[in-house]
Design a protein around this ligand. Structure first.
Ligand SMILES: [Zn+2]
Length: 409
C-alpha cells in the first residue's frame, strides 16, 4: 500500500504526486482518460502523465470524488482524500490484506471483506473500509472457525474459504441486522453505558461567534454539561473529549480518544454559521458514504431521533439528517452522531440559544433520543411527547417481567 503524501496537494501543484493522484482519478472514473497529458495504456505509471499539473479539471475531478465519498468537498488532496482515492482501486482478492498496527490499510477491498465477514456472522465492527483491530479479530475468528491457520492474513487460502461458503445472510442489510441485534442483546436500559460527549472546538479554538455575544465553543460546553447532568442521573458514564481549558485535538484525536474509552456512543456538539445570516435550523450527521458500503445504521437511527426530538422541543427549523464520512464519524468504532444546533449567525436561532431553557430542552432531547434507540421496537412513543418521567415508568413496566422477582417470593 502506498503511504499517504505528507503534504496536501492542491491546484497549481505539479510533479509525481500529482501524477499518482491523476492516475487514481482516472481509475475511479472521475477524470476522463483521454485528457491531454497522454495516457497510453500500459506504460509505467511514472511517465504516463509526464509532468501533469493540478489544474481546474483535476480539481473538479477531486471534488466529484469527494462528493461521492462523503468527504469534505474542498478539491484538496490531503491525507483522507488520498487514502480514499488510493483504496478505491482495489477489489477483494486483488492484494493480500492484513492488519498493520502502524498504518491501517484502507480500501474498497476492505469494505468487501468486512461486508463478507458480517454476512457470515463475524463482527468486524463498522463496515468502513479501514482494516483495524476489530477487522483483524474477525478475520482470525473466521480462520479459526474454518480450521485455517489464524494468521489474520487474507490471502489465497482465506479467499478460497470465502468462495466455498454460502452466504448466511443475503443482501445489504446484514450490517443493519447485526447492529439491531447487538442493541437488542444489550438491553433497554441506559444505565451502565458510556457516552463520550464531544463539545466542539475548545482551548484557543473558540469556534464561530455570533449574535448576542454567543460563542460556539462556550455554548457547546454549556450544553455538554447539561447533557452530562441528565445522563448521569440515568446511570450513564459521561466522558468529555476535553475540558474548558484544553482543546480535544483534531477529529482523529477525538475519535481515537472515544475508541480508547470503549464508549457505546459518541455525541459531538456544534453550532453552525453562515455568511448571509439567513440560514437557520438544526441538523444531525452520522457515518455514511454515498457510494460506499460503509454506513452506520444505528448512527442514522440515533441522528434521526435526535433531530426530531430537538425540533419538536425547541421549534428550531428542521435541516434534516445527513450521512457524512467526517473523521470523527468514520474513525469511531461505536455509533457517532454530530448535532449542529442552530446558526449563531441567525438572529432568531441566537435568541433561542441564549435562553438556558432552550439548552435544557436540547439536553432532554438527547436523553430521550438515546433512550428511544435502546428501546428499539418497543418504542411506541410520539416524538416530543415523551417526558423523562414517562420513560422511567415505561422502562420500569418493561423490566418488571425479566427481573425474576416473581420466582423467589
Ligand atoms: Zn463547530
Amino acid at each position: 500500500m502506498t503511504p499517504p503524501p505528507a503534504i496536501a496537494l492542491r491546484r497549481g501543484d505539479a510533479g509525481p504526486a500529482v501524477a499518482a493522484v491523476c492516475e487514481r482519478l482516472v481509475l475511479t472514473g472521475d477524470l476522463p482518460a483521454e485528457l491531454p497529458g497522454d495516457l497510453p495504456g500500459g506504460a509505467g505509471h511514472d511517465d504516463r502523465f509526464g509532468d501533469p499539473v493540478f489544474d481546474e479539471r483535476v480539481e473538479h475531478a477531486v471534488k466529484s470524488f469527494q462528493q461521492r465519498r462523503g468527504l469534505l468537498v474542498d478539491g484538496i488532496v490531503g491525507r483522507h482524500t488520498y487514502a480514499a482515492l488510493d483504496g478505491a482501486r482495489w477489489t477483494l482478492g486483488d492484494r493480500v490484506l492484513r492488519y498493520i498496527p502502524e498504518y491501517f490499510v484502507e480500501g474498497d477491498d476492505v469494505v468487501a471483506l468486512q461486508a463478507r465477514l458480517t454476512e457470515l456472522g463475524f463482527t468486524p465492527g463498522k463496515v468502513d473500509g479501514i482494516h483495524g483491530p476489530a477487522t483483524d479479530a474477525a478475520v482470525r475468528a473466521f480462520q479459526a472457525a474454518l480450521g485455517l491457520e489464524t494468521d489474520g492474513t487474507v490471502g489465497p487460502e482465506t479467499m478460497r474459504a470465502f468462495a466455498g461458503l454460502r452466504r448466511s445472510v443475503v443482501g445489504g442489510s446484514a450490517n443493519a441486522l447485526r447492529e439491531r441485534e447487538s442493541i437488542r442483546r444489550s438491553g433497554h436500559s441506559l444505565s451502565g453505558r458510556t457516552v463520550v460527549v464531544d463539545p466542539g472546538h475548545g482551548g484557543a479554538d473558540r469556534g464561530a461567534q455570533g449574535h448576542r455575544g454567543l460563542g460556539e465553543a462556550q455554548l457547546a460546553l454549556d450544553l455538554a454539561r447539561r447533557i452530562e447532568g441528565r445522563l448521569s442521573s440515568h446511570g450513564v458514564s459521561v466522558v468529555f473529549t476535553h475540558t474548558e481549558a484544553t482543546d480535544g485535538g483534531s477529529d482523529e484525536d477525538r475519535a481515537a480518544f472515544a475508541n480508547s474509552c470503549d464508549a457505546d456512543l459518541v455525541l459531538s456538539l456544534h453550532t453552525d454559521h453562515s455568511q448571509t445570516g439567513s440560514a437557520h435550523g438544526v441538523a444531525t450527521y452520522f457515518y455514511g458514504a454515498a457510494d460506499h458500503a460503509g454506513w452506520s445504521t444505528m448512527g442514522e437511527h440515533f441522528a434521526d431521533l435526535l433531530l426530531r426530538e430537538v425540533v419538536a422541543r425547541t421549534g428550531l427549523t428542521d435541516c434534516r439528517t445527513h450521512a457524512r464520512a467526517w473523521p470523527l464519524l468514520r474513525r469511531t468504532r461505536m455509533p457517532a452522531v454530530r448535532l449542529d444546533v442552530g446558526y449563531l449567525s441567525h438572529e432568531g436561532d441566537a435568541a433561542a440559544l441564549s435562553d438556558p431553557q432552550t439548552l435544557d430542552h436540547i439536553a432532554e432531547a438527547v436523553v430521550v433520543a438515546l433512550q428511544r434507540v435502546y428501546l428499539g421496537e418497543a418504542d411506541t412513543s410520539r416524538t416530543g411527547m415523551l417526558r423523562l418521567d414517562d420513560l422511567r415508568r415505561h422502562l420500569a413496566s418493561m423490566q418488571g417481567v425479566p427481573t425474576g422477582d416473581r420466582t423467589g417470593s
